[in-house]
Ligand binder design. Structure first.
Ligand code: CIR
Length: 276
């Protein structure tokens, strides 16, 4: 029996790959992404989400924002409310406008992070009804404070996690279900995650700690046999996806989609439906 404890997802929102992709922010020294290859990889990603049972909505590419394919950073979506992020990188702040419209048709309650707070969705890890918020170069203390306050007002828990090593919190940690957490680097020793059954990814392969549990499967980036084997050994059905072009601009698997639980009567309402 597969480990439980994560919400079942019913739908996902992705955003097209812009022609400007090669101007995305990066710290990697892997060359420029090839848009045609990136589009093929994005297509396979969408197909994998569909295989996992999700209805996928694809928003048009946002040419003004080279990093906009990384839609996860623009919002935090829960079973009770959505929170529009305020990305920490100036060049990404405008990405949020396009997402607001997509979420407003789905959510009764849309909240937002305000100046001087900054917050990227990639810094927010949900474990059942608790949210870990990474303090990074993109998410500041004020952004984390605002998000915590909003989440608490909807009955969730929230706590900050310091990280210096990763771009985003979820670059180095993923929650799979039960107490299973995939971690790398400094996050393997973080006291915040002390109670979990950790799957520790070799620090030289830290990129592969970013994976996503989607219903009966775990989607992982292709390229680490050891990370894949460790996850499969816990009983998960693994789907490998080529991420080479997104990796060139620091993008991981999780950031290519917003994954949403099932809606209660058409919209997400304050009273949680379907959350464990
Ligand atoms: C950035 O630096 O913002 C993008 N090039 C990559 C964002 C990846 N997002 C994520 O890990 N959540």
């Amino acid at each position: 029996m597969l480990p439980q404890g994560v919400p079942m997802f019913a739908e996902a929102i992705v955003r097209g790959v812009p022609k400007t992709l090669d101007a995305g922010i990066t710290s990697a020294d892997l060359g420029k992404p090839d848009r045609a290859k990136a589009m093929a990889q994005h297509c396979q990603y969408v197909q994998a989400l569909e295989e996992c049972g999700l209805e996928v909505t694809a928003l048009d590419a946002d040419e003004k924002h080279p990093d906009s394919v990384f839609i996860e950073d623009t919002a935090v979506v829960t079973g009770r409310c959505a929170i529009l992020a305020r990305p920490g990188a100036d060049s990404r702040r405008g990405e949020v406008h396009g997402i607001e419209e997509a979420l407003s048709g789905r959510y009764e309650n849309i909240e937002r992070i305000g100046d001087p707070g900054t917050l990227d969705g990639g810094d927010v890890l949900q474990v059942r009804d608790h949210f870990y918020i990474g303090l990074t170069s993109r998410t500041n203390r004020e952004g984390a404070r605002q998000l915590s306050e909003v989440l608490r007002s909807y009955g969730y828990g929230a706590s900050p996690v310091e990280t210096n090593e990763f771009l985003h919190l979820k670059s180095g940690v993923s929650y799979l279900g039960d107490e299973d957490l995939v971690v790398a680097g400094e996050l393997a020793a973080s006291k915040e995650f002390g109670r979990f059954d950790k799957i520790i990814v070799d620090s030289r392969e830290g990129y592969f700690a970013n994976c996503i549990r989607v219903n009966d499967h775990v989607l992982v980036a292709a390229g680490s046999e050891s990370a894949k084997a460790l996850i499969a050994a816990r009983g998960y059905e693994v789907i490998e996806l080529e991420m080479s072009e997104f990796r060139k601009i620091d993008g991981g698997l999780s950031c290519l989609s917003l994954r949403l639980p099932g809606r209660d009567g058409g919209v997400y309402r304050t009273a949680a439906g379907g959350e464990p």
